[in-house]
Design a protein around this ligand. Structure first.
Ligand code: GLN
Length: 289
């Protein structure tokens, strides 16, 4: 980028090619999202202002963003935001970037969360708060709790709740899995969680965006990927009401193993596995006997 005039369209073309040459997966999309962020515009406005030249300061800001991106920092951490269930969430490197697959977990839970009566609903490992915020947004009037072992993650989740006026609707708890709810001495009608479920050995070969930038504890499910799932399945019965339901996001190939675990435990009924939009098994539901 020399001294010539950089219009929006020219900047986009140049950046797309630059990202491409650095092996960035979605070069055009990322160029658009980052440029829109640098210019405080909506993405669509890049095209309605395509021949507008960038000011020096704008160009400087944008250059610093593209330098971060070619080091494979995820776009969501660079912009500090990610959309989930139509909510514009704040994300930082303290939290997992919410994925579209996780919207299936929200859908599955919403299917059985009624309007009118008030239930106790808990999200374990809430991270950015994506799941509990989507539920609280769609079904106000229930009692929502969100737990995470990371205080930094809880700070992000609280800010997200404030953004949507939901800070009073959700109780935030710090602790490792059920530790945070132990003292409450209460049971929940619904527990949801998107726990870490990637086998340790499979993390390194993932894209550097994930393996080098997202919080390891939010991804790593131990040797077979099932440590957290196993623990939650085993412990949740102590925290669920009778007929209470547990919803877990799982890896695309983990349904048979999770089904076996549920069967062995013998305290659940109605095991259901639901597919995501790519046709992979993604969410399991188990109900307490
Ligand atoms: N509950 C958060 C999400 O679904 C974080 C999950 C995690 O960190 N494993 O995005």
């Amino acid at each position: 980028m020399g001294d010539e005039t950089w219009t929006i369209i020219k900047t986009l073309r140049w950046t797309t090619a630059y990202f491409q040459s650095h092996g960035i997966d979605q070069p055009r999309t990322d160029a658009e999202v980052l440029l829109a962020h640098a210019l405080h515009l909506k993405r669509i406005e890049l095209y309605t202002h395509y021949d507008k030249p960038l000011r020096d300061q704008e160009l400087k800001t944008f250059k610093s963003l593209i330098q971060r991106r070619i080091l494979h920092e995820p776009v969501a951490y660079i912009t500090g935001g990610k959309e989930f269930w139509s909510l514009a969430l704040i994300v930082t490197p303290d939290v997992l970037i919410p994925r579209p697959e996780t919207e299936c977990l929200v859908e599955a839970a919403l299917d059985i969360i009624p309007e009118g009566i008030s239930l106790d609903i808990l999200d374990l490992g809430t991270g950015s708060g994506a799941i509990i915020l989507a539920l609280a947004h769609e079904r106000p009037g229930h009692r929502f709790s969100a737990e995470d072992r990371s205080d930094d993650a809880l700070t992000v989740a609280r800010k997200n709740a404030q953004r949507y006026g939901l800070e009073k609707a959700i109780t935030f708890l710090q602790g490792d899995w059920f530790e945070g709810v132990q003292n409450l001495r209460k049971r929940f009608d619904i527990i949801v969680s998107n726990p870490p479920y990637i086998p340790t050995q499979q993390i390194e070969p993932l894209s550097p965006e994930i393996s080098q930038h997202e919080p390891r504890y939010a991804l790593d499910g131990g040797k077979d990927g099932l440590d957290a799932i196993r623990f939650i399945l085993r412990t949740a019965p102590n925290y669920l009401t009778s007929n209470g339901k547990l919803f877990l996001e799982i890896g695309y190939d983990q349904c048979p193993e999770v089904a076996d675990m549920v069967e062995e435990l013998g305290c659940y009924k109605d095991f259901v596995c639901r597919k995501d939009y790519s046709g992979n098994n993604r969410v399991v539901r188990a109900t307490i006997e």
